[in-house]
Write a protein that binds this ligand. Structure first.
Ligand SMILES: [Zn+2]
Length: 71
């Protein structure tokens, strides 16, 4: 059985060769991370055009609050 990326469902490269495991690429890893960080899991509802656009171009993390905000 070939493991597949949970984000885009593409077959994964062997783990030893895949730094982004368990995702197919760094892009999918960031997509998943973005969701967990509060972008939210919106699969249960309608996909907003803005969110879909971000995902399509590789998810730029510009909406994540910088940790040194108070410094
Ligand atoms: Zn993927």
């Amino acid at each position: 059985m070939t493991p597949r990326c949970p984000i885009c469902k593409a077959p994964l490269a062997p783990r030893a060769e895949n730094r982004a495991w368990p995702f197919c690429s760094a892009r999918c890893r960031m997509v998943d991370l973005g969701r967990w960080l509060g972008e939210d899991y919106r699969f249960a509802g309608p996909v907003e055009p803005e969110a879909a656009h971000d995902t399509a171009r590789g998810w730029a993390p510009q909406r994540v609050e910088p940790p040194d905000d108070e410094a």
